[in-house]
Ligand binder design. Structure first.
Ligand code: ADP
Length: 359
C-alpha cells in the first residue's frame, strides 16, 4: 500500500509562504493532479514530497511512514521532470539501468527490468541510442522507463509534457493513461494545464497562492466548482461571469444587471435567499448557453454579436450584454452571424452557478 498523506504541510522562504498548510490524502494507486497557475506552489509541494525541498512544518507520510527527514533516495519514489534529466553520455539502456546498478542489483535482474520497461513503453528499438538521437517524446518515454524500472511506491511527475508540441502532448497523455493500466502506481502529477489535469487525474487539486482551492474528481470540479477561481480555471473556454444584483419579489428572485433580467423561482433557488439585496457573481459555462428563446426551464437574455471564432466543428461566439462580454460555444459552424447583429440566448436554470462577488 502506498498512500501519500500530507498533514498541514507548509513551506516558507523567509517571509514568502509558498505553500500554506496543505492537507491531502492520496490513496494507493490513485492518480492525483496538482494544477494551478504559475507560482501557486504546486512544484514546491511535489518537491517536498520528493524530499528535494525541506518542509517548514507539517508531516508527509508515504505508505504509512513519515518521510519528513528521509533523503529522496530513501523515500521509494521516482520522479519525471520536464527536461527529462537523462544522462546524455549513456545509451538508453544504460540510462534505464543506472538506478538499479547504483543499488548493486544483480545484472540479470537489471536486464529483466529494463526489458520489461522497454516493452511497456515500446522503446526496445531505441535501447542502443544516446538521448540526443531521440525525439522529445522518445526522451520522455525513456524518462518514464527509468521510473518503471525502479518499481517505486510513488511516481512524481513535474510538468513532464510541457516541452512537447501540442500534438505530441496529446499523444503522451494517452500513453500515460495506458501506462497506468499496465503499471498501476500511486502518482502525483503537476501541471498548469487544466486539460491535462482533467484528462489524467482520478482527482484534481486546484491551487492558488499556495492554498488548495478545491479537491475533487474532474466532473465534480467542472459541475460544482467551489469558487470563482476554480470555475474559471477548469473548462475551456472559461466560464462567463456577470455581476448581478439579487432582489426578492414574492416567489421570485430577480437577478439584474445592465441588459440582464433573470427571474428564478424562489422555492427552487432557496440558496439565494441570504443574497437578497446583495450583488453576486453569476457564472454560465459557454457550453451551457444556446441561441434562441428560453423555454420552460431556461432563463434568457439578449446580446450583440462581437466576434465569432470558427473552429470547423463549432463556432464560439463572443457577445456583449451591457458592459459584459460573454462567450457561447457549440454554435453551428454554418450559421452566418454578422458582427453587430442582435441575438437571443438561453441557458438552463440548472446550469447557473453563483459565487460571492468578492472572490
Ligand atoms: P508553481 O510550481 O505553482 O509555479 P512554485 O511551487 O515553483 O510554483 O513556487 C511557489 C512560490 O514560491 C512562488 O511564489 C515562488 O516565487 C516561490 N518560490 C519558489 N522557490 C523559491 C525559492 N527558492 N526562494 C524563494 N521563493 C521561492
Amino acid at each position: 500500500m502506498a498512500e501519500v498523506v500530507l498533514t498541514s504541510v507548509r513551506k516558507s522562504y523567509g517571509h514568502i509562504v509558498a505553500v500554506k498548510d496543505i492537507s491531502l490524502e492520496i490513496k494507493d494507486r490513485e492518480f492525483v493532479v496538482l494544477v494551478g497557475p504559475s507560482g501557486c506552489g504546486k512544484s514546491t509541494t511535489l518537491r517536498m514530497i520528493a524530499g528535494l525541498e525541506e518542509i517548514s512544518s507539517g508531516t508527509i507520510a508515504i505508505g504509512g511512514r513519515v518521510v519528513n527527514h528521509l533523503q529522496p533516495k530513501d523515500r521509494d519514489i521516482a520522479m519525471v521532470f520536464q527536461n527529462y534529466a537523462l544522462y546524455q553520455h549513456m545509451s538508453v539502456h544504460d540510462n534505464l539501468a543506472f538506478g538499479l546498478r547504483n543499488r548493486h542489483v544483480p545484472e540479470a535482474e537489471i536486464a529483466a527490468a529494463v526489458n520489461r520497461a522497454a516493452r511497456i513503453l515500446s522503446i526496445e528499438p531505441l535501447l542502443d541510442r544516446r538521448p540526443r538521437q531521440l525525439s522529445g517524446g522518445q526522451q520522455q518515454r525513456v524518462a518514464l522507463g527509468r521510473c518503471i524500472v525502479r518499481n517505486p511506491k510513488v511516481f512524481l511527475f513535474d510538468e513532464p509534457l510541457s516541452n512537447l508540441d501540442a500534438q505530441l502532448r496529446a499523444q503522451m497523455r494517452l500513453e500515460l493513461k495506458e501506462l497506468r493500466l499496465r503499471v498501476p502506481t500511486t502518482s502525483i502529477f503537476v501541471t498548469h494545464d487544466q486539460v491535462e489535469a482533467m484528462t489524467l487525474g482520478d482527482r484534481i487539486v486546484v491551487m492558488k497562492d499556495g492554498i488548495v482551492q478545491q479537491v475533487g474528481t474532474p466532473l465534480e470540479l467542472y459541475r460544482r466548482p467551489a469558487n470563482r477561481f476554480v470555475a474559471s480555471f477548469i473548462g475551456s473556454p472559461s466560464m462567463n461571469f456577470i455581476n448581478v444584483n439579487v432582489t426578492a419579489h414574492g416567489g421570485t428572485f430577480i437577478l439584474a444587471a445592465q441588459d440582464v433580467h433573470l427571474e428564478l423561482p424562489a422555492a427552487r433557488f432557496a440558496n439565494l435567499g441570504p443574497c437578497a439585496g446583495q450583488s453576486i457573481c453569476l457564472g454560465m459555462r459557454p457550453q451551457s448557453i444556446r441561441l434562441g428563446a428560453p423555454t420552460n426551464n431556461d432563463v434568457g437574455f439578449n446580446g450583440t454579436v462581437l466576434v465569432s471564432e470558427q473552429l470547423g466543428d463549432e463556432q464560439i461566439l463572443a457577445i456583449r450584454i451591457g458592459p459584459n462580454e460573454i462567450r457561447i460555444a457549440g454554435i453551428d459552424p454554418d450559421l452566418a452571424l454578422s458582427v453587430g447583429s442582435q441575438i437571443e440566448a438561453a441557458v438552463g436554470m440548472d446550469h447557473l452557478h453563483f459565487f460571492a462577488n468578492s472572490e
